[in-house]
Write a protein of this length. Structure first.
Length: 260
């Protein structure tokens, strides 16, 4: 350890940052299981630290989307109506169980595993899922869409608070079916704008519970920020059709190990 920065976490952050830039998959899907399975970090600490990391890194992205007008604040508000109360209730549950207890660790690991499997399925079968869900939503009223968006917010609030995974691939895919007439850039922008307060609220709650490691956070940021910048620059040269299935398979295996 040098000046509070651990080289092992810096390298891990770099690797995750590279993968995020190349694939667009949220860092939580990669960082949290890495911390739990490779470094043996308690699931609560891994999730709490990753939530603060995600909130800080998404602020700039959300600000850029808002500046360019690619955020549908109606969608963001509807998601927040469900996700914020769900996040607070999830934090209260963890507090009741004891954030460092074996029971909370089991709940977090299982939820993380399920979220990773869902993310893997979304990555591989996204087009088929969008087609089928679009058929189900055909002719749905604006009121129904609004209610389902709030329900989606509830699901994301629980998943993100307990596992730090879900607000990216899963949330964006379902939003595309709920709002098929909205440009994809506005769906992505709205999803990121919603993820900022959700991850910061959930991260602040984990901080209050004592499940955030600041030294680890700094080390991860020191590696992941350069990683994202480098991979974003070269992303167009990497064959997406090859990288995504490999990543999805890895997430499915890791998710299965954590969930069962």
């Amino acid at each position: 350890m040098l000046h509070g920065v651990d080289p092992a976490f810096v390298v891990s952050g770099l690797v995750v940052g590279l993968l995020v830039g190349f694939t667009g998959v949220g860092g939580g899907s990669l960082m949290t299981p890495l911390l739990v399975l490779v470094f043996g970090i308690h699931p609560a600490t891994a999730v709490g630290t990753d939530l603060i990391y995600a909130g800080l890194t998404k602020i700039s992205g959300g600000a850029v989307h808002a500046y360019h007008g690619s955020v549908d604040w109606r969608i963001t508000r509807r998601l927040a109506y469900g996700s914020v109360p769900a996040a607070l209730l999830s934090l209260l549950l963890l507090a009741q169980l004891g954030v460092s207890s074996k029971s909370s660790g089991g709940i977090i690991s299982t939820t993380l595993g399920v979220a990773l499997i869902l993310t893997a399925v979304t990555l591989v079968f996204r087009k088929a899922l969008l087609t089928r869900l679009a058929r189900l939503m055909e002719g749905a009223s604006e009121e129904t869409v609004g209610i389902l968006t709030v329900v989606l917010g509830v699901v994301l609030g629980v998943l993100v608070t307990i596992s730090s995974v879900g607000a990216g691939a899963i949330g964006a895919t379902i939003l595309l079916t709920l709002y098929p007439k909205s440009p994809i850039v506005r769906i992505v922008g709205s999803d990121i704008a919603h993820a900022v307060p959700l991850t910061l609220i959930a991260g602040a709650g984990h901080w209050w519970l004592g499940s955030v490691d600041l030294h680890m956070l700094v080390s991860l940021l020191a590696g992941s920020i350069p990683g994202i910048m480098i991979s974003s620059h070269f992303a167009s040269r990497v064959p997406d059709r090859i990288l995504r299935p490999i990543l999805a398979g890895t997430l499915a295996v890791v998710g299965g190990r954590l969930a069962f």
